[in-house]
Design a protein around this ligand. Structure first.
Ligand code: SF4
Length: 329
């Protein structure tokens, strides 16, 4: 059986885990192509207008898998940390896609429910039961598949913390390669903040990462910092956050500003994103407090390339004039 993983949303966080788990339980895995004009137009046409652009793209990626796979993997990711939640869109994703699946001619959806809000071990049993109920695996086989998946995710995480970026580790993820420019003396370090599906989808962000690399800045991204460090740093806010992925973003800016790791921050957020619009206020406050220049880039399906380039150039130019650069840490 061939199962498709849409190259959108949590793909950028958990592909090594999901791909290994599904392969180990005996499935062939295929991912949808990089986001392109056709995929985004499909998604925009079908999805509710008020949804954020990465969710719209997710619809398009499911459509791109039609005719190529026997099922599409759309997990219901409710909670990945105790006493916390993910964005409501992740809770409802199987329902949103399921509601249009027949009309769009999508193959059946595989929708394991992943919820470890009450206790961390629940995640393990939810996946083992999914493999047993859907594919008739024995408990031991399913547990072994889970263990392999955990190891793959750990390797991915360790490589990211060691300085590699998702675009370099995930298969064929770059829209194009930047022109190589040596990081010269006085190069500024820019913290690139946001959800991985907003930062690393080159089509949606108009190739933001390549443009920053071309501008000669050194990029720092949240994935370069250990998850525990981010979570600890995220507690330095007036009121605790209950959305895990927003906590990671908050933890990243708190950590960067506290440790003076960046000269400036670019925060990429999606238009109509509820969680990010709340966290944005905290991020702006933090940047102001630590006197770190911040540029927020709101993306949607209409974002234009020319405006983005101008804003990046102006921001990098401002950083270059501002002295001194932080020491590379
Ligand atoms: S966190 Fe925001 S950008 Fe991400 S899925 Fe939810 S609404 Fe969309």
């Amino acid at each position: 059986m061939r199962v498709g993983i849409p190259r959108s949303l949590l793909y950028y966080k958990y592909l090594p885990f999901w791909k290994t788990f599904l392969t180990e339980i005996g499935l062939e895995v295929e991912t949808s192509p990089l986001t392109n004009k056709q995929i985004l137009s499909w998604g925009v046409e079908v999805a509710e207008n008020e949804l954020c652009v990465p969710v719209k793209a997710f619809y398009g990626h499911c459509m791109a898998l039609r005719g190529r796979v026997d099922a599409i993997f759309v997990p219901r990711v409710v909670s990945v940390e105790e006493r916390e939640y993910t964005c409501p869109k992740f809770l409802g994703l199987p329902d949103m896609i399921g509601a249009v699946a027949d009309n769009l001619g999508l193959p059946p959806l595989l929708t394991p429910r992943l919820n470890q809000r009450e206790k961390p071990s629940e995640f393990k049993w939810q996946l083992i039961n999914f493999a047993r109920e859907e594919f008739g695996l024995g408990r031991l086989e399913a547990a072994m598949a889970l263990e392999s998946a955990r190891r793959a995710q750990r390797r991915y995480h360790d490589s990211l913390v060691a300085g590699r970026r998702p675009l370099d580790l995930l298969p064929a993820s770059r829209l194009n390669r930047p022109r190589w420019r040596p990081a010269g003396k006085g190069t500024r370090r820019v913290g690139l903040l946001g959800h991985p599906y907003n930062l690393y989808d080159g089509y949606i962000t108009q190739n933001l990462i390549a443009r920053l690399e071309e501008a000669g800045v050194e990029l720092v991204v949240p994935e370069m910092t250990d998850q525990h460090v981010l979570m600890e740093a995220a507690t330095d806010v007036p009121k605790q956050l209950y959305w895990t992925y927003e906590k990671e973003i908050m933890g990243a800016i708190n950590h960067w500003t506290e440790q003076k790791k960046v000269d400036g921050v670019i925060y990429v957020l999606a238009f109509a994103c509820g969680p990010d619009s709340l966290v944005q206020v905290l991020i702006e406050h933090r940047a102001r407090e630590h006197k770190v220049p911040l540029m927020s880039l709101t993306i949607d399906e209409h974002s234009g390339e020319a405006g983005l380039v101008t804003r990046i150039e102006a921001f990098v130019d401002m950083l270059m004039r501002k002295k001194p650069a932080v020491s590379a840490a």
